[in-house]
Write a protein of this length. Sequence first.
Length: 114
Amino acid sequence: MAENDWKKRLGVVYSTNPDFAYTEAESAPVQTLEAARQRLVVTIDRSGRAGKQVTLVKGFVGTQEDLAALAKTLKTRCGVGGTAKDGEITVQGDWRDKVTDLLREMGYNAKRGN
């Protein structure tokens, strides 16, 4: 079943060569930018959360492990819960000012949004 996944091969021209084997191009592994080159935006969000506020940190470029480590540091320093996925850190509550200050102390180029 996995060999017949046609959606991955959209745009590929049909080949009459019986020995043809389609191979996917592998993407380069994402490397984490150094802290000074990161441009992080700290915002607040309420949509889809039953009116509860969360602080979002957007714009992180790097590996999932580094994102999780940064999220853990922020959550620990704020004393709250949260999550890190898809290049975005979610911290429970309105911690925009504190998170922005913590990121700047760590050397990140962070700015406070809305």
